[in-house]
Design a protein. Structure first.
Length: 76
């Protein structure tokens, strides 16, 4: 078992939005395709729910973006 690497950057493959909360509410910026973003951390939506699974989100400067591999390329 090895230590997992933390992602450093995310590159937008398509145009995406940045949101204020981890559940992707309150949109606060539109991000163009090809933009490189520095990742601070990652988190999961519905963090306090026991019955539902959360979706991974990337915490960037100013808010959260999706971690969907079709929309974002993660660079280690």
């Amino acid at each position: 078992m090895n230590k997992q690497k933390q992602p450093k950057y995310a590159i937008a493959r398509k145009a995406i939005n940045r949101y204020e909360t981890v559940n992707l509410t309150k949109r606060n910026r539109h991000i163009k395709r090809g933009t490189k973003l520095l990742i601070k951390n990652y988190d999961f939506s519905r963090g306090n729910s026991v019955t539902k699974h959360g979706t991974m989100r990337l915490h960037v400067k100013g808010g959260y973006i999706t971690a969907n591999k079709r929309l974002v390329k993660i660079v280690y």
